[in-house]
Design a protein around this ligand. Structure first.
Ligand code: PBG
Length: 324
């Protein structure tokens, strides 16, 4: 006698019956880039992210209008402001691009979960995620600006905030300021374990947020480190994070699995712009089957232990790939 693994692989429905991991519309969050511009119908494709766009507010509403009926459950918004300055003031302007977008999206799609990315890099002239003095990104001086940003998003109607800056102590500060203003029911999805990754390249084109000098290595994590990921996640949970995130996803599946084993909190993973671009580029060359490779990547991220995936493939999944 030997193990006959093929028995349960012999028919489609048998394989379906014993499938251990599933991908559902509820698992996915689609990122959108909203631009502050006179032309509300502005719509420009991001060259390194085919099928993803910088959108004016009306173009965004139209896009959501197309995808929402297909089962879109949640989006995350990134803003591209008209003006940038040293301290990223447009990030916490109550009439800023994300704040206005949140209002309009929630008004039209009240059931849709609208998450906002909380960071300064799209709003600062130097492109760093915090306040810069003498070439250094200052931690504690940034915290107040981040909590003001988060609060302004929530006041505009955001359902959840997602701080992506990697300053120490920001979850505590944001939690305290949301609570202070009565928003104790608004969850925080923390980019708890965010690596200084080269896979963010296309995003920086999309969000116009590349650092103007240096890199993000003094605040984002060093890719070879795993034990540090546990410390970061633990700190954010203690400070009040409701959902913890690992970013990027596919090159960090081991980190996802480790956090899944160590913590009981819902776990998110961000399949980032570079992961998306790789698949798109190879598919365009005719070297890989886009649908099959994208679905295999997404299911791997879930199998590793993620409950939620932020993915630029969400739209495509809802439109054409839902049968898996
Ligand atoms: C902002 C932020 C970044 C991403 C999400 N939030 C870029 C960065 O840290 O440079 C990357 C997302 C992606 O690559 O898809 N700090």
């Amino acid at each position: 006698m030997f193990f006959r693994g093929r028995r349960l692989r012999s028919k489609t429905y048998l394989r379906d019956m014993v499938r251990e991991t599933h991908l559902r519309a509820e698992d996915l969050i689609q990122p959108y880039f909203v631009v502050e511009t006179e032309d509300k119908n502005f719509c420009k494709e991001i060259s390194s992210m085919p099928g993803q766009y910088q959108l004016g507010i009306d173009a965004l509403l139209k896009k959501i209008g197309e995808i929402y009926p297909l089962g879109l459950k949640a989006i995350i918004l990134f803003g591209i402001p008209e003006k940038k300055d040293e301290v990223g003031s447009s990030a916490y302007n109550p009439d800023g691009v994300v704040q206005v977008a949140v209002k309009e999206v929630k008004n039209k799609f009240p059931e849709l979960i609208v998450v906002t990315d909380v960071c300064l890099c799209e709003y600062t002239s130097h492109g760093h995620c915090g306040v810069v003095r003498e070439g250094k990104v200052l931690n504690d001086q940034t915290l107040n600006l981040l909590s003001r940003t988060a609060l302004s998003h929530v006041r505009a109607g955001a359902d959840m905030v997602a701080p992506s800056d990697m300053m120490d102590g920001r979850i505590k500060m944001i939690r305290e300021s949301l609570d202070q203003y009565g928003f104790y029911n608004i969850p925080i999805m923390s980019y708890a374990v965010k690596y200084a990754s080269s896979f963010y390249g296309p995003f920086r084109e999309a969000a116009e947020s590349a650092p103007q000098f240096g890199d993000r290595k003094t605040y984002q994590m060093d890719p070879p480190n795993k034990r540090e990921a546990i410390r970061e996640a633990k700190a954010d949970i203690e400070e009040g994070a409701d959902i913890i995130m690992v970013k990027p996803a596919l090159p960090y599946l081991d980190i996802i699995t480790t956090l899944r084993q160590k913590f009981d909190h819902p776990l998110a993973a961000y399949q980032v712009s570079g992961e998306f671009a790789q698949i798109k580029a190879a598919a365009k060359m005719g070297w890989l089957d886009e649908k099959m490779v994208a679905l295999e990547s997404l299911i791997s991220i879930k199998r590793a232990g993620a409950d939620i995936i932020l993915s630029y493939f969400t739209e495509e999944f809802l439109k054409n790939w839902q049968e898996i």
